[in-house]
Unconditional design. Structure first.
Lengths: 306, 306
């Protein structure tokens, strides 16, 4: 089960922190930055080397990594190959891999996406990830193939409910006529139903959600509305979310939520206070320190570490 | 300009029909079906060979093809390589390529997707497609990078507004408090605004929409609401949409909409009446005949052919 493997790592490492692997060549250290004329294969090699360095430094501090597909798709098939190799490497270091690809389509196509990312491990074509983010816009029938695949194949899904960007309110906060609640709460109602049906004897279902830490009130409401779903919390750091706001999203055992940090960890060597302590070649050590510092802030804010 | 190139092909071929390239190995003819033990590279080679045969047969009958990303992502980087090679081949035969990937994410990530699929042709890493489908769930700021890239780089986008699946109503038909209209119409309002801003001196903007032919009343309302946007119309055939329902979606010049058919064309050799006239190795000729038959039905229903 995805949730069991995830919780084993969270408890062993006393950490609900997930490192986002969003490769951005403009922020790579000089030693790894590809030349302007580099081929896609050369760029993919640099991305893989960057990710491996980060993974080596954070593997004992976090339960999972979250590669963002867009930053690999930028380099076509070579980028996807680097993504797959990153995921294989992360798993070899005891990390779970949450692929942030926000897929969603009509049922026949959603089934193909589910085969792509939530297949059985025995499937020789299975993508080496443990969970996938998905998008609810096409409605419940479009999500069912993902739910079925996650349940059957020991994987997880995180459905977008309230995203971390400013524009999230445009659709997600629209109030529904007659229902007296905003759209995001309508989707939460679907999740509550699926979580009950799929959790079996476990506290948490394989059906989790994405709730931006930039809207702490909504995230905390979702915690109460969805006692059987993991909350994936993006928006820390660059987007303005605060560590302390995550605290009410965890259950008394320190489970039930995952705090994401991407650029604020992997490019820490470019910013205060790390820029003064780590040189370019030490970018991965800076990432480790930034991850440790976020964890310390979580503990200081009351995250249960025993 | 994407729209200019598209309209040149539509007018030259007297055809607003787009062939969906959704490779499904279970429906491949025996000559191309990979063995159960085939590697991903072998499967990718079979997919490319299948697509090339279809493209050779339909290139003079349609302005564009629409590969569905999910069916390539199923085979990881090897599948994406087959997708890229398919797109390059289609373009070499004078076809435009609309990548159906329904991407959408927070602004920083949306910019990476836009760089991936809507880059300038001069960019050595540019994916060989002319237009991309995108998802509105994250709101307007999440769509702006796609609009900017399409406008600047001569590409097109098609935003999901009313999808073709049954479950589409779950979110898209929710009525908005105070607004007196359903959610899909709210999104149409955004598109109307962007289309006005981006069309320049052209009748049609690079910002188009997806409107399922399975909901003909909504599709026809969208035609009236959005006089400056192309309508991409999926849902014909397997999903139950009817050719005649597409007619009101075209303008008097036969422009302004694209009718999609995927499985009903590319796997025509497996169904009546084509199964009696074409053998397995003639699957591509059957696809050509099925495309020609849909075009004839469009003409018979009143599509302007002069």
């Amino acid at each position: 089960m995805f949730i069991n493997r995830l919780e084993k790592e969270i408890l062993a490492k006393k950490s609900p922190l997930v490192v986002g692997l969003d490769p951005d060549l403009t922020m790579f250290p000089p030693s790894l930055k590809p030349a302007a004329t580099a081929s896609r294969t050369e760029i993919a090699a640099a991305i893989l080397a960057f990710n491996k360095s980060i993974i080596d430094q954070v593997a004992d501090l976090v339960p999972a990594v979250k590669p963002q597909a867009a930053f690999y798709e930028e380099y076509g098939w070579a980028g996807i190959k680097a993504l797959e190799e990153t995921a294989v490497y992360a798993r070899s270091k005891g990390l779970l891999v949450i692929l942030d690809a926000k897929r969603g389509d009509v049922p026949n196509t959603a089934s193909a996406y589910a085969r792509a990312y939530l297949a059985q491990d025995e499937n020789p074509h299975a993508f080496p990830c443990d969970a996938l983010t998905i998008n609810p816009f096409l409605g419940r029938d479009s999500l069912q193939p993902f739910i079925d695949a996650a349940s059957s194949n020991q994987r997880g899904i995180f459905l977008l409910v309230r995203t971390s960007n400013r524009g999230a309110a445009d659709l997600q906060n629209l109030r529904i006529e007659g229902a007296k609640h905003p759209l995001w709460q309508e989707i939460a109602g679907w999740v509550a139903d699926w979580a009950t049906k799929t959790r079996g004897a476990n506290k948490y279902s394989p059906v989790g959600i994405v709730a931006g830490l930039t809207y702490p009130q909504e995230a905390q409401s979702l915690r109460l509305l969805l006692p059987h779903s993991y909350l994936l919390l993006p928006g820390l750091g660059t987007q303005g979310g605060q560590v302390a706001d995550a605290i009410p999203c965890f259950d008394p055992d320190g489970l039930g939520a995952l705090l994401i940090a991407a650029r604020s960890i992997i490019y820490a060597y470019l910013r205060e206070p790390y820029i003064n302590r780590f040189s370019g070649p030490e970018f991965a050590q800076a990432a480790r320190q930034a991850a440790a510092d976020i964890l310390q802030r979580l503990y200081d804010a009351g995250y249960r570490r025993e």
